[in-house]
Ligand binder design. Sequence first.
Ligand code: DAH
Length: 337
Amino acid sequence: MEDILSLRHSFQEEAESAASLLELQHLKIKYLGKKGLVTARLKALSSVPPELRPSFGKAVNEIKIFIEEEIDRMEALLKQEEHKKRALSESVDITLPGKSVPFGREHPINITLSVITGIFASMGFEVEEGPEVELDYYNFEALNMPKYHPARDMQDTFYVSDDVVLRTHTSPVQIRVMEKRKPPLKIIAPGKVYRCDADICHTPMFHQVEGFMVDADISFSDLKGVLELFIHSMFDKETPVRFRPSFFPFTEPSAEVDIGCIFCSGRGCRVCKDTGWLEILGAGMIHPRVFEFVGYDPEIYSGFAFGMGIERITMLKYSIDDIRIFFENDLRFLRQF
Ligand code: DAH
């Protein structure tokens, strides 16, 4: 009995100093495990004289239950403490100011591009795209600009090889689309174009939107109607529009389209060079020779085409006087849109 009593004391002492769940686990094994101190007493029961056996057995059982309960109680306590400690170490100060993630926004060129695309989509035009590295054939030849023809001098071309260029305009998409599809066609083709040119009005890469419509009975008045509607949606509803005779090898007749100067309302200013007009696009009726290149019969089909620079339109819309700023990635500029 004394032995049991001292066992109880030593357990209590050790239990008091157990500071973690791991230590408690060790303690449990030491006393209640297969080779534990209490287990050993239970095994020894058979060697106790029979008359003492009931009281000894009862005492061993009691201490076993006592230790089990004590360990359970301490385990619950330690778990609670560890949980508290962890919650404390992992806690965040929700009163600290948040870290803001800088937000990107659409580039002004893309803003204009989506407005233009939206206007033409509302008139039933589809969007097509073509390659930026283009065959000489599509960029020039099939657009009625044979090799060594002086009309090619209008565009300072980056040549990749004799037969391959960086496209100088989006007009080659006309040829590519007409080659693979049959009329009726109502297409716009936006994208990057390249010319060997750099000053405040020119960058070596810029953007154009090409547009064209082909069917059995397309006339110049369709071209006027479509472009006037476009200009009045893009700029003010009252903006004056003027078609001026011009020349492009791939259209006949050809025109340049001007709008009344949006800065001086036509009175004359620095931007319109005192003419009262701003040129915004080139257009015309698709040349019969272009139709022959794509295998359309010019006796059956007619169509119009136009092409415009997106930078130019964006500069007019937002009063920007230097084209280079679009591509310098100066956030002070880009954040204004
Ligand atoms: N491709 C011409 C250029 O880059 C613009 C142009 C003019 C396109 C007349 C056309 C057009 O489709 O009909 O200067």
